[in-house]
Design a protein around this ligand. Sequence first.
Ligand code: ADP
Ligand code: ZN
Length: 448
Amino acid sequence: MVYPSLSFDNGSPIHPVSAMDYLPVESLRALQLHRLKATVLYAYERVPLFRRRCEELGVEPRHIKTLSDIRLLPFSKKIDLRDEYPLGLNGASMLETARFHCSSGTTGKPICITNTPDDIAVWQNGAMRCLAMYGINASDVLQVSYGYGLFTGGLGLHYGGEGMGCAVLPTSGGNTERQVMLMRDLGVTAIACTPSYFLRIMDEARKQGVDFRRDTKLRHGIFGAEPWTVEMRDNIERETGIVAHDIYGLTEIAGPGVAGDCEFRTGLHIWEDHFYPEIIDPETLEPLPDGEVGELVFTTISRRGTPMIRYRTRDLTRLRTEKCPCGRTMRVMDRISARSDDMLIIHGVNVFPGQIEAGLLRVPSVAPHYQIVLSSTDTLDLFEIKVEVTQEAFTDNVGAMENLRRKVLEAVKSIIGLTPRITLVGPGTLPRSEGKIKRVIDNRRKGQ
Ligand code: ADP
Ligand code: ZN
């Protein structure tokens, strides 16, 4: 089999780091079981909360005999990490710990995760396998515009890029003017950041008169850390001529590099030799068969710093049943287009921001910048979508704008079945982001 996107100086079509991607399924399952057993035993001995919950359920490590026995184990959630702040779920001593990472908590207290040197190596391996899958190698110049620090984005891609032998440009987020200048001057071929920050970079490039195709060597975007639709991907690729790859990860499990898409774009391959996935029904908590949409649950089967067992991510997806034509044996999940927490209930209807994004971006002349504003009067919920018009289409011709507004309304309505108020705004009007963007302003609960 030939892997057209991978070619290396040593003549081998596959980078050595990708070898595990093709592990025969039986070997993969045996490896997973071996690692699962070891992880359960380790967590049972080192994490009191896990042990207590196992005891309540009457489960002991010796009961894990097959992979499906994972169902006997208790779930864990973000709230556990918060309740046990800072290090209650941690299994490693300070001597064994190499690095902490923290992620934002919705209620103020962050969650803290410890990584041993081996955990960092596993994470780096995941990020490298993603980069190799995207066709990125030592000849690439990788600009890492994810934030560096407690957030896993920057350091995750940084070590991934260095591991692949790329020339890494650690710009972190912000100072967008300089980002564009360096990208052009240093011949950057790949950039890693949130898709929303890349939109901001696109704006800045336009402002500086920089045309991606003409003035830069950029060929790859490595985008993740927030939901983004296929429509957004198409928009970015059309505007810039780059290939927009999807990378998935979360602090609790590792960081970016838990999963990524291959050139067939069937979804995201999960590096399940380290991160064991399940899909559950978020209401009944029952495991769902492959092919059904539910909440993604991960068990880290190699991690020792903070081992996470049956961690409920709140991300919604499904595991695909079809084999991917690329030949990788690692299972594929659908792109994460929604997080259960992001679901809005508007006039009694469940709506995900991604559905709105998909509708908006199907209309030519609409720029990929929008904001969903919810507010309420005494009797009514008000639902407004502010959306930017592209520079080319923006005009003071009232009739033309009204036509466009109607098209946008129809596109959104056909997907969500509701009739929001559509407000068209000029280019550059709505807020931009340097990290994860907040596109929903929900004022409904205020004052209640
Ligand atoms: P948090 O946002 O919870 O503070 P993280 O920075 O660890 O913490 O972000 C992890 C979350 O980001 C994931 O659970 C998921 O919701 C989202 N995410 C990460 N990568 C992607 C991606 N490629 N597509 C969609 N969502 C993603
Ligand atoms: Zn594939």
